[in-house]
Ligand binder design. Structure first.
Ligand SMILES: C[S@@+](CC[C@H](N)C(=O)[O-])C[C@H]1O[C@@H](n2cnc3c(N)ncnc32)[C@H](O)[C@@H]1O
Length: 244
């Protein structure tokens, strides 16, 4: 089955065709909405120097980033913030000296009963990282949150987030086949020069209050106005946003 995570061990590297493919292990994790254990650290370590840095993993779930860093990110330097309390509890058990923060912010796919506040008094960080979080939010939520997170950056700190690009045909098709497996069909993607949203198996400009799946695909040139695109060995595209 195409959506069996054990089968998905080859992940395309977007944009940079010379790298072509990269192996990533996806093992299912029971009880959380984001169900995969995967090696995020190896894929980004050539771009992001995490060593001895204070890290906020925004939407970090149960801690794939710190797990795969194999000690390079020190437990006490790592904070994870997420809307999924079950995932956070799993992370907390594994890394009790890290900080695990529940964030009851609205997300139509992950937390439709959440609210629109951002009440955390966070510390400040050298690196704020968000893998595959704004892939599953509206554009407005993405921009709003980035501006908010800039307040929690140390001088010379950076925000690294991943996005899915409309130009990344293999990723588009991979998601399409997963949605067809799940829903029986999937709208054709009508690409544009900014971003498109897919809610469940439908492309729509209106995001419902509650949906099972939400994906936002960005146009590459559009995203380059928001941040610098990096070459990283991960499934999605890594962009760096500076504090300014
Ligand atoms: C696809 S998962 C990625 C998890 C993790 N970054 C990783 O790659 O292993 C998306 C994560 O973002 C979290 N999330 C979604 N909206 C969020 C928000 N507004 N604030 C914090 N976390 C959020 C979800 O609960 C989920 O754990």
């Amino acid at each position: 089955m195409k959506n069996d995570p054990h089968e998905w061990n080859i992940v395309p590297v977007p944009i940079y065709k010379d790298d072509s493919v990269f192996d990533i292990k996806l093992n299912p994790v029971k009880g959380v909405k984001h169900p995969f254990e995967c090696d995020l650290y190896s894929g980004v370590k050539d771009v992001i120097d995490f060593e001895n840095k204070k890290v906020l993993d925004y939407g970090g779930s149960f801690g794939n980033l710190i797990i795969s860093s194999n000690g390079k990110i020190k437990e006490e330097n790592y904070t994870c913030l997420d809307v999924d309390n079950v995932a956070l509890e799993m992370g907390r058990k594994r890394f009790p000296h890290s900080t695990w923060l529940y964030h009851n912010r609205y997300n139509p796919m992950y937390n439709f009963q959440g609210n629109d506040t951002f009440s955390h008094q966070l510390e400040t960080y050298d690196i704020i990282f968000a893998y595959s979080v704004f892939t599953h939010t509206s554009y407005e939520e993405f921009i709003w949150t980035i501006e908010k997170l800039k307040q929690y950056l140390n001088p010379n700190g950076s925000i690294f987030v991943t996005v899915c690009l409309q130009q990344d045909t293999r990723l588009l098709e991979w998601y399409r086949s997963r949605r067809i497996d799940e829903f029986g069909n999937q709208d054709n993607y009508e690409l544009n020069d900014s971003y498109i949203c897919i809610t469940d198996n439908i492309q729509s400009e209106i995001i419902p209050n509650n949906c099972n799946r939400l994906l936002t695909f960005y146009d590459e040139e559009f995203i380059m106005k928001i941040g610098k695109v990096h070459k990283a060995k991960i499934a999605q595209t890594l962009i760096e946003i500076e504090k300014q």
